[in-house]
Design a protein. Structure first.
Length: 751
């Protein structure tokens, strides 16, 4: 029997409502949910195409074990888990708990059980080797919040629905649909700003899909911090800031005023290539418009001083009078009591604070309990106490997503145990000893727990699975529960959790993601508060009576700043010495080693590295190409579609070129997530963008350094924007590259 089931997409942060058509427990089709209160019938191509991923013949549906000849063979779950347990206990006995690690990929963020169970498991195990995709994407957002608010999870988001001037720096929401911000139909929201007489200004080296629809302000890559410092200079110099309000809200303002004094628009213009009069006009507009906000994302995070840049975004909003006010940059709310006290207590748990545990290699900080993934390979290759010997990788493909994939590939081959939990065979788990089949989002229940504080319109939705798991796929949290028992003997905290799980199992009440989510729903905004609020929400009520979701408040609420700040006096701290010291590390580039600058970009039909196997997303003969300004191409004798070599000081790749004018001269944009090299099991991804150079496009992260000295100091994030490069026609490519990082491969091109 065919039926429609209400659910929602969990590929990216808008979390759009979807209708799943199911027949005989098989997903037949997906379409946007017209009755969803926020997405209102919108979904991007990735969401609609997900039926092809659920039913992909290349999908891993049964446990696989690497045989002696290097091929994978199907085994039972009992066999796989028994053998994994034996190998894992051996690593634990010989190397201790610190010999065990976990890498969590981006899709895990969209699964409540996956995120919470893996985090708790690694924390209770007591190992420093917890890694995530956050160190390639977002971790300096949390570090900036730590410095400013004393609370790494305090993340302001623009009040899209009421703002009159929105300045977007290094973000492309028309394609990304919002990042560290959940706002379905964000394109419609941006157009509504101009429809009501407002402005949207997009600061970016490329005339992105967002910039094409609004005002484009080109800028030199990785100079956003300089622009923000100049905006602050103008606000202070021209008396645009409300000194009394700032004294109530923040500490260290006099220090900040002195720091920005040397960054006048005239001084900054030479580096940013933004005219002084443009900077002054923008500063006056931000301070003079009643409802204004600055918003930045990945483009502001991946430079040499990403934490400083991220903090300056908030400081500009603060000084302009636009932080924690209607129409400005506002704070969402989990909606549960005691949040501030809980976060204050969390600051005393060292493994979750910026000042806590640091990496063995590079002495870099952990962020929310995770270490920089860029040093993961070196942690495997560097002998001594704490060497990483066993690794679990769930929902991730770090060989393509971290810098220097060749180095990581070699390191993975030397591990005593590598276990992957995934839906595909990919470039990373091609090296695994075991691949365990995981469920897709439509084969599990979920609640929007990680995103409750990021909705621009406060919202709640939960879903049951729409189909049972295909094959023998299992949810990651159930596998983690088994691992708790495996390692409990030599890990006291895990032993306590194992005892709780055992007793709970006997009582028939094993803790589950649904149980935890129900607790959050009940005590949060709109919840039934365990019967004290009649008609309030529970998890069951959301699923059975409100499947399209519930708007629990029309707007974000101002006045949250004092609730989220944990610093003494509940004031924003703008003069932390570690943060301000980053100003001395701002790029000068007086003598650049190579003439062009690399930036990344998102594609509407790609989600990192894992959606290139869906036929619907590969229509039209897609090719992985480098976008290059026509002037730069002409100067190098390069034409549309030509094959080129792109080289940095750390590696080289080869791919085709798209010649465009919608990019600042001197800048080259290359999408990430490509570089499928045939070692994975996804046939279409390997064949995508095929040319005479190979298959699957090129891995742009081969151009990025994994040397700890080259990582962003405060958050350990890789420097992936503004990287010096040169582009040459393939037939005249330079034979040698001066490699600065001896640990990187000079020919890391396709892994």
């Amino acid at each position: 029997m065919r039926e429609d089931k209400v659910t929602y997409c969990r590929i990216c942060e808008p979390l759009c409502g979807m209708i799943a058509t199911v027949e005989d427990d098989r997903l037949i089709a997906l379409r946007p949910d017209k009755d969803h209160p926020l997405s209102k019938g919108f979904a991007c191509p990735k969401g609609v195409a997900f039926t092809e991923i659920v039913n992909d013949p290349d999908r891993v549906l049964y446990p696989l074990r690497r045989s002696r000849d290097g091929e994978f063979e199907q085994v039972s779950w009992d066999t796989a888990m028994t053998e994994i347990g034996t190998k894992l206990r051996d690593v634990q006995r010989r190397h201790g708990n610190s010999g065990i690690g976990w890498y969590l990929g981006n899709p895990a963020t969209f699964s409540t059980g996956h995120t919470l169970w893996s985090g708790a498991f690694m924390s209770l195990l007591g190992t420093p080797h917890s890694y995530s995709a956050g160190s390639q994407d977002v971790n300096n957002r949390f570090v900036a919040s730590h410095f400013l608010y004393g609370n790494p999870t305090a993340v302001p988001i623009p009040d899209i629905n009421r703002v009159e001037l929105l300045v977007i720096v290094g973000a492309n929401p028309v394609v990304s649909h919002g990042s560290v911000m959940s706002s379905p139909r964000i394109r419609e929201g941006l157009n509504a700003i101009t429809d009501r007489g407002g402005r949207v200004v997009v600061v970016d080296p490329r005339r992105t899909e967002t910039a094409r629809e609004f005002e484009w302000l080109p800028i030199v890559p990785d100079t956003d911090a300089l622009l923000l410092l100049a905006l602050l200079h103008v606000m202070f110099d021209e008396g645009l800031a409300d000194a009394e309000r700032l004294a109530r809200q923040a500490s260290g303002m006099d220090t900040l005023r002195g720091v920005v004094a040397e960054f006048s628009p005239e001084v900054v213009a030479r580096r940013t290539d933004v005219a002084p009069e443009v900077i002054r006009e923008l500063a006056r507009a931000l301070a003079g418009t009643e409802r204004a906000a600055v918003y930045g994302r990945v483009g502001t995070s991946l430079g040499r001083t990403g934490t400083l840049t991220t903090a300056l975004l908030d400081i500009v909003n603060l000084v302009a009078g636009n932080l924690d006010v209607v129409g400005g940059s506002m704070f969402g709310d989990l909606g549960v009591p005691g949040q501030r006290l809980g976060m204050t207590a969390l600051q005393h748990v060292s493994t979750f604070t910026w000042a806590g545990r640091r990496s063995r290699v590079g002495n870099l900080p952990q962020v929310l309990g995770t270490a920089p993934a860029s040093v993961m390979a070196k942690e495997m290759l560097t002998p001594g106490p704490g060497q990483l010997r066993a690794l679990f990788v769930s929902a991730g493909n770090p060989v393509l997503s971290v810098p220097n994939g060749d180095e990581l590939s070699a390191a993975l081959d030397g591990l005593d145990l590598l276990v992957s939990l995934d839906i595909y065979r990919n470039e990373t788990n091609a090296h695994a000893h075991y691949i365990l089949p995981a469920t897709t989002m439509y084969e599990r229940g979920d609640f929007l727990l990680p995103f409750q504080m990021l909705f621009t319109t406060p919202f709640k939705q939960a879903t049951d699975p729409v189909i049972t798991p295909r094959g023998e796929a299992r949810e990651e949290w159930t596998v983690i529960n088994e691992l708790v028992g495996v390692l409990a003997r030599r890990a006291p905290m895990l032993a306590a959790l194992h005892a709780i799980n055992t007793v709970s199992s006997v009582l028939g009440r094993v803790p589950s993601p649904r149980m935890l989510s129900d607790l959050v729903v009940r005590i949060g905004q709109g919840g039934n508060h365990f019967g004290f609020s009649r008609g309030g929400l529970t998890y069951r009520k959301l699923v059975e009576e409100k499947p399209h979701g519930v708007v629990v408040a029309d707007h974000l609420t101002p006045g949250a700043l004092r609730k989220v700040v944990t610093h003494r006096g509940r004031k924003v701290r703008v003069d932390d010495p570690d943060l301000l010291a980053e100003i001395d590390r701002l790029p000068t580039d007086d003598d650049p080693p190579l003439p062009l600058r690399l930036i990344g970009m998102r594609e509407i039909r790609s989600e990192n590295s894992w959606q290139h196997n869906a036929p619907m997303l590969l229509r039209g003969g897609r090719r992985h190409t480098a976008r290059m300004h026509s002037d730069d191409a002409r100067a190098r004798g390069i034409g549309e579609g030509d094959l080129v070599e792109v080289r940095s000081m750390h590696g080289r790749i080869r791919l085709a070129v798209s010649v465009i004018d919608d990019i600042k001269p001197g800048v080259v944009a290359i999408p990430h997530g490509w570089g499928h090299n045939g070692s994975g099991g996804w046939t279409r991804a390997n064949a995508a963008a095929a040319n005479d150079l190979g298959t699957g496009g090129a891995n742009v992260n081969a151009l990025i350094s994994s040397n700890p000295d080259d990582l962003e100091r405060l958050a350990g994030m890789a420097n992936m924007t503004g990287v010096p490069i040169e582009v040459s026609p393939l037939e005249s490519a330079a034979p040698d590259i001066p490699v600065r990082d001896a640990s990187t491969s000079a020919n890391a091109s396709m892994s």
